[in-house]
Ligand binder design. Structure first.
Ligand code: TRP
Length: 362
């Protein structure tokens, strides 16, 4: 059967560093590892519409942004199928069948849905489509018989729910769907990159993101105004690295060779942290180092994006072809699903013969 990856993002904005460390960078490594037989990367526009129903223009505009971000990070359409969720109708059909296997109370217990309902002030009036998006996410994953779903830890409850649906489907209708596994980022610091303001998560609405397509000067400005330790006032004061955004970013991005290049007084991050905690190391110096580290990481991404932007119709073309490939793969699964659910009447010669015989006897 092989190893198959399915993952994706909602096109509600350009992708930022949180997406990058949480999932994007890993996807590119997985893609280039050659260990996977098929890789599907989905732009989840239909899911984006579940809480942006009144703003289709936003979703539409961001398709190309996400595609450009994907490809500038190194996702390669020759190796990975990049496609758009809404163009694969099989996903909706699958969702409709899965809905019979999930209870309302189970959806209400999904922690991601719970917190998103709060975040969006949906308490009093949750759109049904939004409420059921975990089911549709299970369709996304299973339609491609994905074995591996590389995502950030915020998606853990979604994977749990998907696995339950797979288990239920297979036990009711017979072994049909592949049980997927979540693949979390391997570096702890990458599990959740905070916003530049120190808040738990990068989020467009909080305005605390560094975007992959930000110009160098924007990146620098955002870093220089980053949240650190509010009690670290004078350089000689001891500073705290816990909850210190700059150090959390360094945990995620810095490598020993960065010290060699930009801060040779220190061999590694541990030494830098120790000095900060002891006192005598100013925020500005640490921020300048982080700026060097991030600029080095972002420069090739930005350069590739500029190249890709020169031929936008080609990007749409790639997506269009990806949708075709995705439809073919999903259609195969739907065929098996329909057979398992016994709704493949016209293919079922035994059924037709049985009915004919039943009536032939009279
Ligand atoms: N929920 C994901 C996000 O918000 C997007 C997504 C939709 C997804 N379907 C998926 C991710 C299936 C992994 C697998 O970014």
């Amino acid at each position: 059967m092989g190893k198959i990856i399915l993952t994706g993002d909602r096109p509600t904005g350009k992708l930022h560093l949180g997406h990058y460390v949480g999932s994007l960078k890993r996807r590119v490594e997985l893609q280039n590892s050659g260990e996977y037989d098929k890789i599907f990367i989905m732009i989840a526009d239909a899911q984006a519409l579940t809480d942006n129903a009144d703003n289709p223009e936003k979703v539409r505009q961001n398709i190309i942004e996400v595609a450009l971000d994907y490809m500038s990070c190194g996702l390669d359409p020759a190796k990975s199928t990049l496609f758009i969720q809404s163009q694969v109708p099989q996903l909706y059909e699958l969702t409709a069948y899965y809905m019979n296997l999930v209870t309302v109370s189970r959806l209400q217990r999904n922690p991601t849905v719970k917190s998103e309902i709060q975040m969006r002030n949906f308490e009093a009036s949750i759109p049904v489509g939004f409420f059921t998006y975990p089911i549709s996410q299970a369709s996304d994953i299973t339609a491609f018989q994905a074995t591996t779903v590389p995502v950030g830890e915020d998606q853990m409850p979604m994977l749990e729910q998907t696995r339950e649906i797979v288990h239920k489907f297979n036990s009711v209708y017979g072994e049909t769907l592949t049980m997927p596994n979540i693949l979390l980022p391997d570096n702890q610091a990458c599990m959740r990159l905070p916003g530049t303001d120190g808040k738990a998560k990068m989020s467009k609405s909080l305005g605390n993101c560094i975007y992959l397509s930000d110009e160098p000067e924007e990146v620098r400005k955002k870093i220089m105004s980053m949240y650190t330790d509010p009690n670290h006032i004078r350089v000689q004061d001891p500073g705290s690295i816990e909850g210190n955004t700059v150090f959390q970013y360094l945990d995620a991005f810095s490598r020993p060779e960065h010290f060699e290049r930009y801060l040779p007084d220190y061999a590694n991050l541990d030494e830098l942290k120790a000095h900060y905690q002891r006192g005598g190391l100013g925020d500005v110096k640490v921020k300048k180092f982080l700026n060097n580290v991030l600029q080095e990481e972002l420069e090739p991404i930005r350069a590739r994006r500029k190249e890709l932007q020169k031929d936008i119709p080609a990007i749409y073309d790639i997506l269009n072809k990806g949708c075709e490939t995705a439809r073919e793969a999903a259609a195969k699964t739907l065929h098996d699903v329909r057979a398992a659910m016994k709704i493949n009447y016209f293919e079922d010669a035994a059924l037709i013969a049985e009915q004919a015989e039943k009536y032939g006897k009279e």
